[in-house]
Design a protein around this ligand. Structure first.
Ligand code: ADP
Ligand code: MG
Length: 349
């Protein structure tokens, strides 16, 4: 049923029932944040944010649409489901503090499988100092659904929206782009081979980095901390979930601006380039249009250039222009190309 086996023992969900299952999956979570007053156990969790603005965001993940059970280890799925929500809070220049978790599972899943998902969620909560304070559990007749809501905090003066980019602002991106997309292509390729011969072991050697970027992404809390330490408040920010091109369109549309991006400035990891060569695709295409990197894309005032120019995790890839709606990629050969708002979907056809 899956390329990677998650668990050997199998306890049927119906042998526990809903309430015992909830007890079982929530028992080893503890509350550590000051703003978490009361967690699992009553009709609502209780939170306290006396002098902050509260950020709230939800992501819904659907089996077969957002993840493929054939190649997604359940622990990674739980981890990723939590981390992509944290990423949304960082993209507002905030700090995630709590999550609630809604899951719908079919009988196909065992108690152990649900526990695996929660082990991933727990690891993510631990790594990012977030408390799990509640959720909902129900059955599903078609696959697995996970909906996580994140609650975060931010000082009113530090909130960064998508709509604040100004003419001549520098466009920055964290880390590198396109790796997660290449990881997905590797897994899709191995899935096809595996379907032909389920006894064979997937061949993933050499692709560890891109696989990890896809299966177990991290959110860039470090960037938010670095910017704060340097006293830089971006003029706009967004996290890269659908691909750089798509996110640039969001920032430019909401800010009523355009942009110039330079191909030779786009950060692409050597492992991504190698994988792209293997698949005969241009790594720049993966960087522009591949999704799920969960890097941060943000704009800063020219006057902040000195503060960020030598931060290794940040690349300056271009600048904002007053040409509303005109988004250009300038290639290494100095050719100007229109940046199309291709999202993730157009790649999976
Ligand atoms: P209600 O009937 O009010 O929805 P539940 O019995 O569903 O209450 O939930 C009881 C407690 O367990 C609540 O605190 C709820 O937030 C928590 N809870 C339920 N399901 C989950 C889950 N999947 N993950 C985390 N907490 C959960
Ligand atoms: Mg409930």
């Amino acid at each position: 049923m899956a390329m990677f086996e998650d668990s050997v023992t199998r306890t049927e969900l119906k042998s526990l029932g809903e309430f015992k299952l909830i007890d079982h999956i929530t028992e080893d979570f503890t509350l550590n944040n000051k703003s978490s007053v009361y967690g699992v156990g009553d009709d609502c969790a209780v939170l306290s944010y006396p002098d902050k603005k509260v950020l709230v965001s939800t992501d819904l993940l659907v089996e077969g649409v957002h993840f493929d059970m054939v190649y997604t280890p359940l622990m990674h799925l739980g981890y990723k489901a939590a981390v992509v929500n944290f990423s949304d809070v960082y993209a507002m220049n905030g700090r995630p503090k709590q999550i609630t978790v809604g899951i719908a599972v079919s009988n196909r899943f065992s108690v152990e499988a649900v526990k695996e998902i929660y082990a991933g969620i727990k690891q993510a909560c631990k790594n990012y100092h977030v408390d799990m304070v509640g959720g909902d559990t129900t059955s599903s007749i078609s696959g697995l659904f996970i909906s996580i809501t994140v609650i975060g905090e931010v000082d009113e003066n530090n909130i960064v929206y998508r709509n604040g980019a100004q003419n001549n602002d520098l466009i920055c991106v964290s880390g590198n782009l396109g790796a997660a997309y290449m990881g997905m292509l590797v897994l899709e390729r191995e899935k096809e081979t595996w379907k032909g011969n389920p006894n064979m072991q997937p061949d993933l050697a050499g692709n560890e980095y891109v696989l990890q970027r896809f299966l177990r992404p991290e959110a860039r809390f470090d960037i938010v901390e670095i910017l704060a330490a340097k006293d830089v408040i971006p003029t706009s920010m967004i996290d890269i979930s659908d691909g750089l091109a798509s996110e640039l369109h969001h920032i430019c549309k909401q800010s009523k601006k355009g942009c110039n991006i330079y191909e030779d400035k786009l950060p692409v990891d050597p492992a991504t380039i190698l994988a792209a060569e293997d698949f005969n695709i241009n790594p720049i295409t993966a960087a522009m249009n591949g999704g799920e990197d969960y890097e941060l894309l943000f704009t800063i005032k020219q006057s902040d250039y000195e503060k960020i120019k030598s931060i290794p995790q940040i690349s300056i890839i271009g600048h904002i222009t007053d040409n509303e709606g005109i988004l250009s990629l300038i290639t290494k050969d100095n050719v100007t190309i229109d940046i199309k708002a291709q999202g993730w979907d157009s790649f999976t056809e």
